[in-house]
Design a protein around this ligand. Structure first.
Ligand code: OSB
Ligand code: MG
Length: 371
């Protein structure tokens, strides 16, 4: 592919409103935008999905920058890359740091598709020209404020309402949503690992609400207790934090730890690995959906392309730009085409342009590396 240079830009993009989980409270997204240039001046874009603090997983925006500069960019420059799948193979000797790896790999996928003049979605084998999407709502200060947000997003047509829960903010908000909006609302809860099997009675109460699924109720590194829990409840368990690779997915399915998997490109180390997980789950009849990490339009564009694969049968967390930002860094912004539906862009690569003036407005740090 003749990669000539890599540029890292660190941005701090303010969220419209704070996003709180059982782990953390975020008011802006601090991330790295990576641009990979080839000899013809074509450019591929990627975005780091790590958060500023190591509470969701062990990576942070600082560790991603460090890994890119110290190890991953030098490895990319080591010799020519023929295909984006080669990137993760080359990174394989480095343990972990999946979000750092995926940042660069995503940019190489975009560049590769632009060189071929095809969209990322079609190159991955995607067959949809539109995707159903949902919305992930953080823990709100009161149940009333949460109900207001649910109302707003249902009016916008989002096809899945995911609410964050934690001990002390679980049964009451879920009951309130069911009481106000009825049992037909496609509703799920994400605990971000906030429970243990000692809280089984609470989880059994949640089991009464006909939720689509409960996401990552137990420890981030557990598969055994999730399997025990799945045997105790009807609601499907969906794993997020526990799945870092296709091998993890295989083991979780074999153990019965989940019935659904949330695929996040960053968490699993890139698009090539995400596609492998998709394929394994498809074979085993485990539906998947695309999770999110409050990405800007660049990360969302990669998520949209991935979601066009056939086993993404459950609406993901890829919401429109205006759910997160006053101003996104892509043009056109990600907007709902019809209620709860995003159109898959047809242009080459990720199919969105970058608004450089907006990037520069939120830029905090920048560096260029030459091959
Ligand atoms: O657990 O899925 C999660 C955001 C940050 C960290 C973890 C999670 C999330 C989300 C947001 O749920 C999904 C999105 O809208 O990007
Ligand atoms: Mg989650």
């Amino acid at each position: 592919m003749n990669i000539q240079s890599v540029e890292l830009k660190r941005l701090a993009l303010p969220l419209k409103s704070a996003f709180e989980t059982s782990l953390d409270r975020m008011t802006s997204k601090d991330f790295i935008l990576v641009s990979v240039y080839d000899k013809d001046g074509l450019v591929g874009y990627g975005e780091s999905t790590a958060l500023a603090s190591p509470y969701y997983n062990e990576e942070t925006t600082d560790t991603v920058w460090y890994m890119l500069e110290k190890f991953l960019i030098p490895l990319l420059f080591d010799s020519d890359i023929q295909h984006p799948d080669d990137v993760l193979k080359r990174f394989a000797p480095i343990r972990g740091n999946n979000m750092a790896k995926a940042t660069l790999e995503g940019a190489v996928w975009d560049l590769y598709c632009k060189e071929k003049g095809v969209s990322l979605a079609s190159r991955l084998g995607g067959q949809k020209d539109m995707i159903d999407v949902g919305v992930s709502i953080g823990i709100e200060p009161t149940v009333d404020l949460l109900l207001g947000k649910v109302d707003q997003y249902l009016n916008e047509g989002y096809k899945k309402i995911k609410v964050k829960i934690k001990p002390g903010f679980d049964v009451s908000p879920i009951r309130a949503i069911r009481d106000r909006f009825g049992s037909d609302v496609p509703l799920m809860a994400d605990a971000n690992s906030a429970y243990t099997l000692k809280k089984l009675p609470i989880i059994k109460e949640l089991d009464q609400f006909g939720l689509m699924m409960i996401e990552q109720p137990l420890a981030h590194d557990d598969m055994i207790d999730h399997a025990k829990l799945q045997r105790e409840i009807q609601t499907p368990i969906c794993l997020d934090e526990s799945i870092h690779s296709a091998e993890d997915a295989r083991k979780a399915i074999e153990l019965g730890s989940c019935q659904i998997i949330n695929i996040k490109i960053g968490r699993v180390g890139g698009i090539s690995e995400a596609k492998k997980i998709h394929d394994i789950c498809k074979k085993k009849n485990i539906p998947v959906w695309c999770g999110g990490m409050l990405e800007s339009g660049v990360g969302r564009a990669h998520n949209i392309a991935l979601t066009t694969l056939p086993n993404f049968t459950i609406p993901g967390d890829t919401s429109a730009s205006n759910r997160y930002w006053e101003e996104d860094i892509v043009s056109p912004e990600v907007t709902l085409w019809k209620p709860g539906i995003l159109k898959v862009p047809e242009g080459p690569g990720i199919g969105y342009e970058i608004k450089q003036d907006t990037v520069n407005k939120y830029l905090t740090h920048k560096k260029v590396y030459r091959n």
